[in-house]
Design a protein around this ligand. Structure first.
Ligand SMILES: Cc1cc2nc3c(=O)[nH]c(=O)nc-3n(C[C@H](O)[C@H](O)[C@H](O)COP(=O)(O)OP(=O)(O)OC[C@H]3O[C@@H](n4cnc5c(N)ncnc54)[C@H](O)[C@@H]3O)c2cc1C
Length: 698
């Protein structure tokens, strides 16, 4: 008989976000302008736990909902009670506020331990079930970190479950396909990526929910090791509105105009993609390598840069060229010259900042290489390109850590891509990706060599491995970065630190984050954003073999079935047309896609290849090898046409490097319209035949 501890979170309703929901100065969200709702994926997780209990046949298992948040988060627990929860626990305390993912996962894991002891009376048969991520944080880091703290297997991105031979078998999303797995230990942390069978509250359920006690615990009740701002290992240093998309987002009213735009875009393509690529920032130089020793233009925030500029000008006016000779009389003169812009203590910190030359972190810049089926993931090469730039700025080496079996042939490719040292952790037990075993291998290697920066690809695998490794070695981690820069925070004694910039709140704001209380700075970076360097086969490097003691006990999951795409597809084509769930049926997909691809090939005298969203593949409209996106293929054609595709981030990541994106969707509010160049509001059934005719005559 299993019990289910479901983690739920109250979040702002970002689907209703308006422009006035943000403070225009800081870019931060004004919480009171938005309703609070249960995180949608947590609602699905609750339904999933209910389903697990049902299919297991053990009806006396308990469903316990747990949330950490302010007192008003009680509302999501009442939601859970009215649907299926037997007991609910609210973890609330001012001391828990301002937490990053480490300081969220840690107290939640301690609360789970207390639930097991006090509520389940040490009944050690439970699953932790939760949404894969929350819409406000978007990190997907908390569940794997809880798994690491509790030493449980983590099964992420789950979309289904079956109960066979007294055990659960879970279907989950992996790169290039899907997989069926079962935890070897029985217990596990499950993160739900999609489960669309909503649970509704009955009238009796709602009444019961209102009168049932919410168990409330504070930080003293759980005694967690890392809580609140103090226990966090990352700090947000800046929040700002995202830059305007370089996509045109232009609505076209008729198919004739669309046909013209399409042909023009194809013939006059500028070779530039509109989305995704990291904005170019200027390259960092260590203080003692700068032409001017007073140059502090690499401070992390504009305010700090300006303060230093003012101070430098004052020093020049006073004729001060040696900071160590600044005396009290000079200090008085400086403070009076800056007119209250900064005070005595700040001046002291800034003067001390001038004396710093050594980076705050030591060691190499590493990339954890991802691979499957004998090939390195393309995102690894992009990260090595970025790591090369960071390492050159910091005057250190690029390392690539690879865990697996028969992986030595990768070393040549990784060196050609820009790496200097390849750390190989080879073991038969690592031949397929197991989160716990790979976590042990990489964490052991990291904590032996202590690189100053570790980058992982923000793929499903990287977003699972990175939180577990970083948690195990006690370092902060920033998820899904789209910008990575070295900067200084001289005033606080920090030189050459990694500033990690990422979208948050569903892309509505950008946040720049730095690592604190850690020996290494870690981040996952979004595929398709960083630039791969042209391979240079003349580069040389070293292979370092790192041995880690592994046994069968380290393997957490039994893989029962893996489904990967097979077949041929030419995603190098200049034109790719993808169909989504909005194509309605396989027949529709075949007919409309065939018609449009033929029409385009004739008109443009080029091949038009077929693509699909993950949802279309899951509906059986076309084989998986045609899937575009985070877990499909990333492409960069001249023209991408999305038919009946909503524009989920996991899909759009895969087309970021396209020159022109065109969308046809019947929903006037489809999110893809904000991420494309031209669009028509209309059904695919009506629009495509008209567009094909229009292509013949324009
Ligand atoms: C870990 C993970 C990895 C993922 N990887 C990928 C990936 O690689 N690629 C990917 O695509 N997704 C991926 N997904 C899934 C992704 O989140 C979305 O669920 C998916 O992209 C949705 O596909 P869709 O747009 O076809 O379907 P939906 O979101 O259901 O959208 C269908 C669209 O069709 C429109 N429509 C309906 N009828 C019509 C009509 N008659 N004419 C015109 N328009 C119509 C609707 O308005 C809607 O906008 C991943 C998810 C996770 C959790």
């Amino acid at each position: 008989m299993s019990n289910y501890i479901v983690l739920v979170k109250q979040v702002p309703d970002v689907t209703q976000i308006t422009d006035n929901a943000f403070d225009s100065e800081t870019g931060t969200l004004i919480r009171t302008r938005l309703a609070s709702v249960i995180n949608e994926l947590d609602a699905q997780a609750l339904a999933f736990a209910h389903y697990m209990k049902k299919i297991s046949g053990a009806q006396n298992g308990k469903i316990i909902a747990l949330t950490m948040g302010p007192p008003m988060a009680e509302e999501v627990l009442r939601y859970a009670l009215s649907r299926c929860a037997d007991t609910v626990v609210l973890l609330t305390d001012k001391a828990l506020g301002g937490a990053d993912t480490v300081a969220t996962a840690n107290p939640l894991a301690f609360a789970i331990r207390k639930i097991i002891k006090d509520i389940l009376k040490s009944g050690n048969d439970y699953y932790v079930v939760t949404g894969m991520q929350s819409v406000d944080g978007d990190t997907a880091q908390v569940p794997p970190q809880i798994a690491d703290e509790l030493d449980l297997p983590c099964i992420a991105y789950v979309t289904g479950a079956e109960f066979k031979d007294s055990r659960f078998e879970f279907t989950r999303i992996i790169s290039g396909g899907s997989q069926v797995v079962t935890p070897k230990k029985m217990l596990a942390v499950i993160t739900v990526a999609k489960y669309e069978y909503p649970l509704f509250a009955t009238f009796a359920g709602a009444r019961w929910a209102n009168k049932t006690e919410v168990i409330q615990w504070g930080s003293a009740d759980i005694n967690a090791a890392h809580i609140g701002v103090k226990g966090s290992k990352t700090a947000v240093i800046r929040v700002f509105p995202p830059g305007k998309s370089t996509r045109k987002c232009r609505q076209i009213s008729d198919t004739k105009s669309l046909a013209r735009v399409l042909v023009d875009s194809f013939t006059s393509g500028n070779g530039e993609s509109g989305l995704g690529t990291e904005t170019q920032t200027y390259r960092y130089i260590l203080p003692d390598k700068r032409a001017d020793k007073f140059d502090r233009s690499f401070e992390g925030t504009k305010k700090e840069q300006q303060d230093y500029e003012i101070l430098t000008n004052v020093l020049a006016e006073l004729g001060i060229t040696d900071i160590s000779r600044v005396d009290d009389a000079d200090r008085k003169k400086i403070l009076s010259a800056v007119g209250g812009r900064f005070h005595k203590k700040t001046l002291e910190d800034m003067l001390n900042g001038f004396k710093l030359n050594e980076p705050a972190f030591k060691g190499e810049v590493w990339v954890v290489a991802e691979h499957s089926d004998g090939a390195v993931h393309p995102a690894t090469f992009e990260l090595i390109g970025k790591a090369r730039e960071l390492a050159d700025s910091l005057q250190t080496k690029v390392g690539a850590a690879v865990a697996g079996y028969e992986i030595e042939p990768f070393a040549k490719e990784l060196i050609a891509a820009g790496a200097d040292n390849i750390y190989i952790i080879e073991d038969k037990l690592l031949s397929v990706f197991d989160p716990a075993a790979h976590r042990k291998a990489i964490a052991d290697c990291v904590s032996t060599y202590w690189p100053q920066i570790v980058l992982y690809a923000a793929t499903p695998q990287g977003r699972m491995l990175a939180p577990m490794v970083s948690y195990r070695v006690g370092c902060g981690l920033t998820a899904d970065c789209t910008g990575l820069d070295i900067r200084d925070n001289s005033r606080n004694g920090l030189i050459g630190i990694l500033l990690q910039t990422r979208p948050a709140l569903g892309g509505n704001v950008m946040a720049t984050i730095r690592t604190k209380n850690s020996k290494s700075q870690m981040a996952t970076a979004r595929p398709g954003v960083m630039k791969r360097l042209p391979p240079d086969s003349s580069r040389t490097g070293n292979i370092i073999r790192h041995k880690v003691q592994l046994s069968d006990d380290d393997i957490s999951l039994e893989i029962l079935k893996t489904e990967l795409g097979t077949g041929e597809v030419n995603f190098g084509a200049d034109v790719v047309v993808s169909g989504g769930k909005g194509m309605q049926s396989r027949d529709n997909y075949e007919r409309l896609m065939g018609m449009l691809c033929d029409g385009l090939s004739k008109k443009l005298d080029t091949q038009a290849e077929r693509g699909a969203s993950r949802a279309a593949v899951e509906q059986g409209f076309i084989e998986r090898v045609h899937q575009v996106g985070q877990t499909g293929t990333s492409i960069g054609p001249k023209i991408y046409i999305a038919l009946g595709i909503s524009g989920a981030i996991q899909h759009m990541i895969g087309v970021a490097n396209t020159e022109t994106i065109i969308a046809i969707n019947s929903d006037p509010n489809a999110p893809i319209f904000k991420q494309c160049d031209y669009y028509i509001v209309g059904t695919v059934e009506d629009t495509i035949p008209q567009l094909v005719k229009a292509l013949e005559i324009v």
